[in-house]
Ligand binder design. Structure first.
Ligand code: PAF
Length: 286
């Protein structure tokens, strides 16, 4: 497994792989890898001949009050995990390399980014789109892999790839969960053992929302109210950033549920801001 910290080195290595007729799979990450990331890597290994993983905690997708400085950085462990998975190349750039002095060009998706996390994290998706564009241009993959836990991010990146004619395919893979149902996330590292146990109620709240819909309730605000009550009952110290029911394609809030909706939530548990979601199709929906 190769580790490159320079853009030129990545381009040369990938050029050589392509000259050898190898297809390129790419998994962009911010490191602190867990089984969710590894499931993307494993799919990339199955689909493509040469797998590249980037590890870069992207400063421009964090707002000043967020956890950029304290975000877990575990490169030595990450490298060992990726080596075991048979990854071909890690791209591990510095911030200065990605954003040199004078950097002033950004990529922004303006519709889907307005909702859900975009409402409470202004500039976040602009930072994501900008770094992912740069990474796509550097790595030039055939297929890139994202997790469904970050549903909105994956939808925005797909939109961006279509809108800007990037010559690659995006694959979105299911959320990987801990035994207690908690969605795997690098930020779970912030949780105390008690918080970790209790945070399982986020997934249970999503399942509750689905069960209420399955029983025939169609009014979004009734379902959201019950999900909120459930979370506060199980996790009184939680701070709910949002619980929303949105159209799964447009991400616009829905009042009355029909077709395919996304139940999405963002909740602070201790110092961790956790997100999770579930797609729910109602009978007759596609
Ligand atoms: O999902 C993430 O880890 C990040 O947002 C990404 C896609 C690697 C961009 O920094």
């Amino acid at each position: 497994m190769l580790v490159a910290t320079r853009i030129k080195a990545v381009k040369e290595i990938v050029k050589k792989a392509k000259a050898d007729k190898k297809s390129i799979g790419f998994v962009p990450t911010m490191g602190a890898l867990h089984l969710g990331h590894l499931s993307l890597v494993r799919q990339a290994k199955r689909d493509t001949d040469f797998v590249v993983v980037s590890i870069f905690v992207n400063p421009i997708q964090f707002s000043p009050k967020e956890d950029y400085r304290s975000y877990p950085r575990t490169f030595i462990q990450d490298k060992a995990l990726l080596q075991k998975e048979g990854v071909d190349l890690i791209f591990y750039p510095s911030s200065r390399l990605m954003y040199p002095k004078g950097f002033s060009t950004y990529v922004e998706e303006v519709r889907l980014s307005k909702y859900l996390c975009g409402r409470v994290r202004p500039g976040h998706f602009r930072g994501v789109c900008t770094v992912v564009t740069k990474l796509f241009n550097i790595v030039q993959p055939d297929i890139s892999y994202f997790g469904q836990k970050d549903y909105q991010q994956a939808l925005i990146i797909k939109r961006m790839v279509d809108d800007l004619n990037f010559p690659l395919k995006i694959k979105v893979l299911p959320t990987i969960r801990e035994k207690n149902g908690l969605a795997m996330s690098s930020r779970n590292k912030y949780l105390t053992p008690q918080e970790y146990e209790k945070a399982s109620c986020l997934y249970r709240a999503l399942k509750l929302g689905k069960a209420i819909i399955d029983r025939g309730e169609r009014e979004a605000k009734v379902i959201i109210k019950q999900m909120k009550e459930f979370i506060y009952k199980n996790l009184p110290l939680a701070k709910i950033d949002y619980i929303s029911i949105v159209n799964a394609n447009s991400l616009e809030d829905v009042q009355i549920i029909e077709d395919k909706v996304l139940l999405a939530l963002a909740v602070y548990v201790g110092r961790a801001r956790l997100i999770d979601n579930m797609v729910v199709r109602v009978r007759g929906g596609k």
